[in-house]
Design a protein around this ligand. Structure first.
Ligand code: AMP
Length: 211
């Protein structure tokens, strides 16, 4: 059996955190397009050079670039039993392209609701591990409690860019909820509760869908 999931919600709604838990639970990879792009930037890869400015400014990378990155990634062996897409699709055109790339489409969309003020506070106060990409609140230590890597503040988590990313989300990504509702694939959750509690709700809702 395979499980193909999409995580949807504004930046800072907990997609990365929930994706990591779901990935462990189902034993399938979490595919974070943001992490893939940041890695390409860090490695000085061609893709990284092309997208670096867009990432820093919180602008969307063109659909055709993202679709080819994801198409290649989901065709790898480790995705045979499914995967969790975190940060893709982000536009209706990307969602349509995904339906073309995946013969049976995705199984479900996990939509995390978090109010705007909460998202702004979370992003402006979050640190990311350079090594394993886990995220923590600024109140925590300066080393990653998971892998010991360095924690840093992402350029695009600066308050000025956060507002812009939320605008981009509202304009381009939020309409995807309607798109996936017409396909009857949306599972909705309150993303403000304790991480483990949200995860349990998500897992039992998915279990009903893929049963
Ligand atoms: P994230 O880590 O998901 O917040 O993504 C960080 C940045 O990567 C975004 O602000 C965009 O610049 C870029 N990005 C990631 N995924 C996509 C996507 N599916 N479409 C366009 N741009 C993306």
């Amino acid at each position: 059996m395979s499980v193909k999931l999409v995580l949807l919600g504004p930046p800072g709604s907990g997609k990365g955190t929930q994706g990591a838990l779901l990935s462990k639970f189902y034993g399938i990879p979490q595919i974070s397009t943001g992490d893939m792009l940041r890695q390409a930037v860090d490695e000085g890869a061609e893709l990284g050079k092309r997208v670096q400015d867009m990432l820093t400014r919180g602008q969307l990378v063109p659909d055709e670039v993202m679709v080819s990155v994801v198409e290649e990634r989901v065709s790898r062996e480790d995705c045979a039993q499914g995967f969790i897409l975190d940060g893709f699709p982000r536009t209706t055109d990307q969602a349509r392209a995904l339906e073309r790339v995946l013969p049976g489409g995705i199984d479900a969309v996990v939509f995390l609701h978090v109010p705007r003020e909460e998202v702004i506070a979370r992003l402006a106060g979050r640190l990311t591990c350079r090594k394993c990409s886990a995220v923590f609140s600024k109140r925590d230590s300066s080393l990653c409690p998971v892998c010991g890597g360095d924690l840093y503040q992402r350029d695009d988590d600066l308050r000025s860019t956060v507002e812009h990313r939320l605008k981009v989300y509202e304009e381009h990504t939020a309409p995807l909820v309607g798109y996936y509702r017409t396909l009857d694939k949306v599972l909705e959750f309150d993303g403000t509760g304790p991480v483990e509690e949200v995860a349990r709700g998500v897992e039992s809702a998915i279990a009903r869908v893929i049963a």
